[in-house]
Structure formats: structure tokens, C-alpha cells
Design a protein around this ligand. Structure first.
Ligand SMILES: Nc1ncnc2c1ncn2[C@@H]1O[C@H](COP(=O)(O)OP(=O)(O)O)[C@@H](O)[C@H]1O
Ligand SMILES: [Mg+2]
Length: 340
């Protein structure tokens, strides 16, 4: 098949509200709409016939809309990372399109489900021998604490640093249980408590299928932040453009790593890609300490906008933005046998 015989539909979520959490989280959730426009413009500029397909309201409505797109000549570019303000909702959406026979970019629904669920992802990484910090899950602010302080407390099924601020890193039981209570109540989900890995933070973007190419590795430059326990990417540092934490923590590409360090990071990143069954592309977040690349987060559908870490890495190879997006599409088309 060549691209004249099918169209690309970019599937994305357009959420009017969030289901739970902090009201400020809506900003991150709605950013998908902006990112989608960039995908649309990129593919359009290269001559692809592209439509945008917004997921709103309910799945029946989506199914009705999709009924007018024949699966055999509509390839879906998946940029749906939630549904009705709920991350896990993306799994239902992708299950629906897969059941209707659509092929799409990126990980399959089972893999997405595992990646969104942080404790499940970690179990899987451990099974595959990929280093990840020790952790515990709490569904209420009580119980035995088996880890070593300092620890970080995160919601177990969110992303974009939702629910993460400087108080998320704690060094005593009182603060620990206080934060667990906050996550459980506000985010209506178990809290994942993980040993806080001091040291460097890297982000590894990669793409491919049989062969996975690791793009130039990025490092968060925390030199502006004095306290090592405050060296982390909070919601504020990712989303509040007027915050000094947003303005003073740049990502540097390439990270300065020696050969041995580079090999260790690449091995853990590719190991994660395989363990989680990612397809076409992905990004992992790494805390690097004492030569060990601890995988802290797997992004099966990382942001691909011109503001994103993925682009920040890819651009240093000399590729243009539209061609980066096209490459992801091409990897998916090839994997599905739609092109040679
Ligand atoms: N175990 C950890 N040790 C040190 N920092 C961490 C750890 N876990 C998370 N962080 C910090 O919190 C940020 C957000 O956590 P992450 O697990 O990547 O969640 P999200 O899915 O919201 O991006 C990370 O980029 C990192 O700065
Ligand atoms: Mg992350």
C-alpha cells in the first residue's frame, strides 16, 4: 500500500475536565490538543492526507464517528493519552479501535495498560532484570514501611508529574503518611512510594521495532537547585512557565556520559522497551546513581510536540520536525505491513 491509498487519522483526547486530582492538572491534560495540532501540521506539510479525530464524551459516540472510517484504509496515529480526564481511559479507547480492526502507531492496548500502571510496570521491569528503585504501594496512610528514606510518593496511575511537588520527597514517617493520605484522597488511587534516587536524571528517547535506535540522551540540568532532595521534575517545573523551576532546569542533549555509562543507560532503556512491549517509539526517565541507571518512568506515548523531550533529543541528529513525526508513522506502517 502507498500513502495515496489510505488516510491518517490522528486520534486524541479533548477533555473538558479532569476526573480527580488537583484542578491545575487540567493544563497538562489539555496540552494534548496543542500537541496534536503539531502532529497534524507536520504530516500535512509532507503531503499526507490527515484528519483529526477528537475523543470526547463517551465511547459510543466515538464508535459512531469511527464507523465512517474504513479500517482497511485509515491508519490511526494515536495521540490519545486519556479519556474524560482519566489516564487509564486511554486503554478503553485503544481497545475499542483495535476491536474495530484499526491499526495504529505506538504500543498496543495491553502494553499501554501496563505502562500507565506504575507498580505493574515496575514488576515487569524487575522480571526482566531492568534496574528500578525499590517501592511499596499504599492504598491508605498506614502500614509497615519497608524502604529506606528518603522516598518519593507518587500517584500510581498518573503522568506529567501530576501530584508531584517538592513535598513529595520525604525523610520521615509523619510526612510520608501525610503525603500518602493526600494522594489517596485527592487522586482516588493507591500511592506508590519509591526510594528516592539522588544523582543525575536522564531521559532516553528511542524508536524502532526489531532494531531499537536510542536517540541522543538528555540530562536535566539541576545545577540551579541546591538541595539534592529538591532535584526532581515537579508539576510546577513541567507546566508553570512563570516558575523559576520551569525556567532554570534546562534539559541538555547530549548528556555527558562516558562509554561505559552510555552502554549501561542504553541497555536499561532498550531492556525497558522490550520488557513493556513498546512499539515504534517511547521514552524512559532514568535516575543515574553509582553507575546504575534506575528506570523510574516508562512513557509509551511520550509528548511529541516541539516542546517535548523527544524532539529535543531527535533534533540533535539533524532530522526536521515533520520528518521525525513521519518516521514514527513509517515505523508503524512497516510493522503492520502497510508499506515495504
Ligand atoms: N525514585 C525516584 N528518585 C528520584 N526522583 C524521582 C523518582 N521518581 C520520580 N522522580 C522525579 O519525579 C519526576 C516525575 O516522576 P515520574 O515517575 O517520571 O512520573 P511522571 O509519569 O509523572 O512523569 C521524575 O522526572 C523525577 O524528577
Ligand atoms: Mg516522567
Amino acid at each position: 500500500m502507498n500513502s495515496n491509498s489510505f488516510q491518517i487519522a490522528i486520534l486524541f483526547n479533548e477533555d473538558a475536565q479532569i476526573a480527580r486530582g488537583d484542578p491545575q492538572d487540567l493544563l497538562a491534560v489539555q496540552y494534548t490538543v496543542t500537541a496534536t495540532q503539531h502532529l497534524f501540521d507536520a504530516l500535512t506539510s509532507l503531503g499526507y492526507p490527515v484528519t483529526k479525530l477528537a475523543v470526547r464524551g463517551n465511547l459510543e459516540e466515538l464508535e459512531d464517528i469511527l464507523a465512517s472510517f474504513p479500517p482497511k484504509d485509515t491508519f490511526i496515529f494515536n495521540n490519545c493519552d486519556g479519556f474524560n480526564g482519566n489516564n487509564m481511559g486511554a486503554v478503553e479507547v485503544i481497545r475499542l479501535i483495535e476491536r474495530m480492526g484499526f491499526k495504529h502507531t505506538g504500543a498496543a492496548s495491553d502494553s499501554i495498560e501496563m505502562c500507565i500502571d506504575k507498580p505493574r510496570s515496575k514488576e515487569r521491569l524487575i522480571q526482566f532484570g531492568v534496574p528500578t528503585p525499590r517501592y511499596q504501594v499504599f492504598d491508605r496512610p498506614a502500614g509497615d514501611f519497608l524502604l529506606e528514606f528518603p522516598v518519593i510518593i507518587k500517584p500510581s496511575v498518573e503522568d506529567a508529574s501530576m501530584g508531584i511537588d517538592l513535598d513529595s520527597v520525604v525523610s520521615n514517617r509523619e510526612c510520608l503518611f501525610h503525603k500518602i493520605a493526600y494522594i489517596v484522597e485527592k487522586y482516588e488511587q493507591p500511592a506508590m512510594v519509591e526510594e528516592f534516587v539522588t544523582g543525575r536524571e536522564l531521559a532516553v528517547a528511542m524508536w524502532g521495532n526489531e532494531v531499537v535506535e536510542i536517540l541522543p540522551i538528555a540530562e536535566e540540568d539541576f545545577s540551579w537547585v541546591e538541595n539534592p532532595l529538591e532535584r526532581l521534575l515537579t508539576y510546577e517545573s513541567k507546566w508553570k512557565t512563570d516558575s523559576p523551576y520551569y525556567q532554570n532546569i534546562p534539559a541538555r542533549v547530549p548528556a555527558l556520559l562516558n562509554r561505559k555509562e552510555t552502554l549501561a543507560v542504553k541497555k536499561a532503556a532498550e531492556g525497558s522497551f522490550r520488557a513493556m512491549g513498546l512499539c515504534d517509539f517511547g521514552r524512559v526517565d532514568v535516575r543515574f546513581n553509582n553507575g546504575i541507571p534506575f528506570i523510574i518512568d516508562i512513557n509509551e506515548l511520550p509528548d511529541l510536540s516541539p516542546e517535548s523531550g523527544f524532539w529535543n533529543s531527535a533534533r540533535t541528529t539533524g532530522i526536521t520536525y515533520p520528518h521525525m513525526i513521519e518516521n514514527i508513522l513509517k515505523l508503524a506502517l512497516k510493522r503492520e505491513g502497510w508499506t515495504a
